[in-house]
Design a protein around this ligand. Sequence first.
Ligand SMILES: C[S@@+](CC[C@H](N)C(=O)[O-])C[C@H]1O[C@@H](n2cnc3c(N)ncnc32)[C@H](O)[C@@H]1O
Length: 280
Amino acid sequence: MRLHLTPLRCVAQVKRKPLGGLMVAGVNQMQSYSQGFARVYNLRWSGFARQVAPLILDFYAATPIGHKDKTVLDLCCGTGHLAVYFLEQGYRVVGLDLSEHMLEYARENARQYIDSGQAAFVQGDASNFTLDERFGLVVSTYDALNHLESEKALYKCFQCVYAVCDGYFIFDLNTRSGLRRWNNVYVDESDEDAVIITHGMYDGTGDKAWTRISGFVRLPNGLYERFAEIVFNTVFEMKKVSDLLHDAGWKNTYFARIQDLKTAIDEPEKEGRVFVVASK
Ligand SMILES: C[S@@+](CC[C@H](N)C(=O)[O-])C[C@H]1O[C@@H](n2cnc3c(N)ncnc32)[C@H](O)[C@@H]1O
């Protein structure tokens, strides 16, 4: 996630301190969001998916395959907000995520479409999955693929997607320069729903940026629940991403900005976040 650009409003920025417990030895390298974090994610971080969904749909709908194939795989779908936008526009959507807690919210948010058979949400690993159906568009948003632990996992993801995709694969990544902004502490106590402290660490050189997101989130009964989540983003070099896509079979790939997915940019490493557009 790019925490400072989310709907989360930063009301206080305090002096950075060493992260202490964040870099714990033996941290599980798969990132399945917990129940408490899923609750606060559903409450606060749906904005990015809502913003980018119409732009991705417009781009895809204007392609030859997009005219006829209205099927989407939302990879690392989280709480399903991008999926819901496509469902509202009449697309068939399958969402896949590692976290059952995130999927619970996705299923709640897309309930009517699941009941009608237009949507399904399945638990799985983005770098090790197979599905029975194929899709015109596979999409993965909000730096979800930075959550994969290594280039090997990213390559396996590209292969899995290739096997189920007939058209376009569009995803965004935080770049190294974007992740430098994680090196900070933010406290958000801007409303009654939650208090959120994000404590990030990235020195700009290593291959992992870390953040600890903790606080309290209000439950439906008015009481507050404590949550804490440690999240990492793997730093992928954009040239390597391009090479891995080609190795996995993707023939046409380029980097773009979300505002104009049709136009390739030359220097993706200079962006904080880039969108990758791949097709066969
Ligand atoms: C930052 S959230 C993005 C969610 C959603 N795409 C959005 O735009 O709001 C990252 C999501 O990736 C999921 N995730 C992390 N690692 C994963 C993996 N290996 N396979 C599938 N999902 C994964 C997390 O559970 C989480 O829901």
